[in-house]
Design a protein around this ligand. Structure first.
Ligand code: PMP
Length: 468
C-alpha cells in the first residue's frame, strides 16, 4: 500500500494505540500487521458519521458491521437502556422466569415476521443464534424419531457466523482453514452469484434452475431422510453482497417442501429494512420455517439476536421438553432485559421514521449512483439492492478476469476510501457498502463522491505499479 494512501492507518502515536497493540487480539485482523500499523481508534459517532481520536470524520459506509440502522447517536436508545438498567439491569429467562422487555420484544417479532412464525428464542449474537438453530433442528428431529435427519445444506461464500456449528455453515475458506471446520455435517452448494458462477450464455433463469437442480441432486445423493435443513441469507452479504438469480428462492422453497426439509432464512443482515422490505424473504417472496435475526434488531447498540420459528418446530421441541422435564439449552444473557428493551425501542424508531421505506427510496438512488461507477476502468460489476451494494474490481472488464493476487487491490481500496473519509469493507477485490438506513440522498452523493476519488487513486496506483 503506497504511503500516500496509508497515512490514516499510521496511528501508533499515543499510549492508547500502544496499549491496544500490546493487549488486544483483533477479530478479522492480521495480528503482525496490526503490531506495525496500529489501530484506528474510533471515538464517537453522529448520524451516519464516526470520528477517530485524531478528529478525522468518516462516513460509516458499512453501518459498523452492517448493523447500525438508526445512526450512531440516538438518544432514545440511550434513555431506554439507562431506564432499564436502573429498574432491572439483569434477569434471566431460565426455569419459568421472565421479564417485560423480552416478552414485549418477542411479541413484536412475532407480529412483524410472516404469520407462520410464532415463537422466539433469544441469544446475544448471530453466531449463537445459528448454533442454537442447529441444536433446535437436531433436537426436533430426534424428538420426531428421525435421528438420521441431521445434515445441513448451505452455500459457498455464505456467512452464518464463526462458532463451531455456525462457522461450519459459513462457506468461506478463512473461517474454516486451521480451525478444523466444518465440524457438523454440512454440504455447501454453488454460490448463486450470476456474474461469477453463471456459465457462458446462461440466462438468470437458467442459472437459477441449474442451481436448484444441483440442490436436488445433492438431496437425492445424500438421501432426503438425512437432510434436516437448508440455510441461506436471502441476499448473501458478508461473502460479497450477492443477490440470487430470479426464481432461485422459489425453486429452493419448493424443494424444501417436497423433501420435508426446514428452510432457514438467515436475516441477520437483510432483516429490518436493508433491502427496502422489512425482511429479505419478503423481497424474494419465500417463507422460511425459521428466521435468524440480529444486528439491526438493536442497531447493535446492545448485543442481541432472535430466532423466530414455526408452530411445527415449537411443538416438536415442546413435546420433548415435557418428556425430559427441561429444554437443556440457554444462555445467561438469553433475552437480556437491557438488550431486549433497546431492541423494542429501536424497532419502534425504525417504524416511526419509516426507515424501511427510506431504504427502498434512497436505496434506488444509491444503486443508480453506484452504477455510474460501472464505467470506471477498475470496475467489473456494481451490484446490490436497497441500501446494500458491492463494487467488484477486476483486472480485465471484458473477460471479468480477477487480479492475479486476490485481495491486494481490495486492501488498497480499503485504505484509499478511509483516506477520503469513508469506511467500507473489502471482500477480496469487492468493496462492500451498507450505510445506516437513515442516510439521505445528499449523503449518498457524498459517499459516492468519496468512493469515486478513492477508486481514481487506486487506478493511478495500479498503473504506477503495473499491477494486473
Ligand atoms: N449471519 C449473518 C448473515 C451474518 O452476516 C452474521 C455476521 N456478519 C452472522 C450470522 C453472525 O453474527 P455475529 O457476528 O453476531 O455472531
Amino acid at each position: 500500500i503506497p504511503s500516500r494512501i496509508s497515512k490514516v492507518t499510521n496511528h501508533i502515536s499515543n499510549s492508547l494505540a500502544h496499549a491496544d497493540i500490546s493487549s488486544v487480539l483483533h477479530p478479522y485482523t492480521d495480528a503482525r500487521a496490526h503490531e506495525r500499523q496500529g489501530p484506528v481508534v474510533i471515538d464517537h459517532g453522529k448520524g451516519i458519521y464516526v470520528y477517530d481520536d485524531k478528529g478525522n470524520e468518516y462516513i460509516e459506509g458499512l453501518a459498523g458491521l452492517w448493523s447500525v440502522a438508526i445512526g450512531f447517536n440516538e438518544p432514545r436508545l440511550v434513555k431506554t437502556a439507562a431506564e432499564q438498567m436502573a429498574k432491572l439491569p439483569y434477569y434471566h429467562t431460565f426455569s419459568h422466569k421472565s421479564h417485560e422487555p423480552s416478552i414485549r420484544l418477542a411479541e413484536k417479532l412475532v407480529e412483524m415476521t410472516p404469520p407462520s412464525l410464532n415463537h422466539v428464542f433469544f441469544t446475544s449474537s448471530g453466531s449463537e443464534a445459528n448454533d442454537t438453530m442447529v441444536k433446535m433442528v437436531w433436537y426436533m428431529n430426534n424428538a420426531l424419531g428421525r435421528p438420521n435427519k441431521k445434515k445441513f445444506l448451505a452455500r459457498n461464500k455464505a456467512y452464518h457466523g464463526i462458532t463451531v456449528a455456525s462457522g461450519s455453515l459459513t462457506g468461506l475458506p478463512n473461517n474454516h482453514r486451521d480451525f478444523d471446520l466444518p465440524a457438523i455435517p454440512v454440504r455447501h452448494l454453488t454460490c448463486p452469484h450470476f456474474y461469477r458462477f453463471a456459465e457462458e450464455g446462461e440466462t438468470e433463469v437458467e442459472f437459477a434452475a441449474r442451481l436448484v437442480a444441483e440442490a436436488e441432486a445433492a438431496i437425492l445423493e445424500e438421501g432426503p431422510e438425512t437432510i434436516a435443513a437448508f440455510i441461506g441469507e436471502p441476499l448473501m452479504a458478508a461473502g460479497g453482497v450477492m443477490a440470487p438469480p430470479e426464481g432461485y428462492w422459489q425453486g429452493i422453497e419448493a424443494l424444501c417442501r417436497k423433501y420435508d426439509i426446514l428452510l432457514v432464512a438467515d436475516e441477520v443482515i437483510c432483516g429490518f429494512g436493508r433491502l427496502g422490505t422489512t425482511f429479505g424473504c419478503e423481497y424474494f417472496g419465500f417463507t422460511p420455517d425459521i428466521m435468524i435475526t440480529s444486528k439491526q434488531l438493536t442497531s447493535s447498540y446492545m448485543p442481541l439476536a432472535a430466532i423466530v420459528f414455526s408452530d411445527d418446530v415449537y411443538n416438536a421441541i415442546a413435546d420433548n421438553t415435557a418428556k425430559i422435564g427441561t429444554f437443556g439449552h440457554g444462555f445467561t444473557a438469553s433475552g437480556h432485559p437491557v438488550a431486549t428493551a433497546v431492541g423494542l425501542e429501536n424497532l419502534k424508531i425504525i417504524e416511526e421514521r419509516e426507515l424501511v421505506a427510506n431504504a427502498a427510496k434512497v436505496g434506488r438512488f444509491f444503486q443508480a449512483r453506484l452504477r455510474e461507477l460501472a464505467d470506471h476502468p477498475l470496475v467489473g460489476e456494481v451490484r446490490g439492492i436497497g441500501l446494500i451494494a458491492a463494487v467488484e474490481m477486476v483486472a480485465d472488464k471484458q473477460t471479468k478476469r480477477p487480479f492475479a493476487q486476490p485481495g491486494k487491490i481490495g486492501a488498497t481500496a480499503f485504505s484509499a476510501t478511509q483516506e477520503h473519509g469513508l469506511i467500507v469493507r473489502a471482500i477480496g477485490d469487492s468493496i462492500a457498502l451498507c450505510p445506516p438506513l437513515i442516510i439521505d440522498e445528499v449523503q449518498v452523493d457524498e459517499l459516492v463522491n468519496r468512493l469515486k476519488k478513492a477508486l481514481d487513486d487506486v487506478a493511478e496506483w495500479r498503473s504506477s505499479e503495473n499491477f494486473n
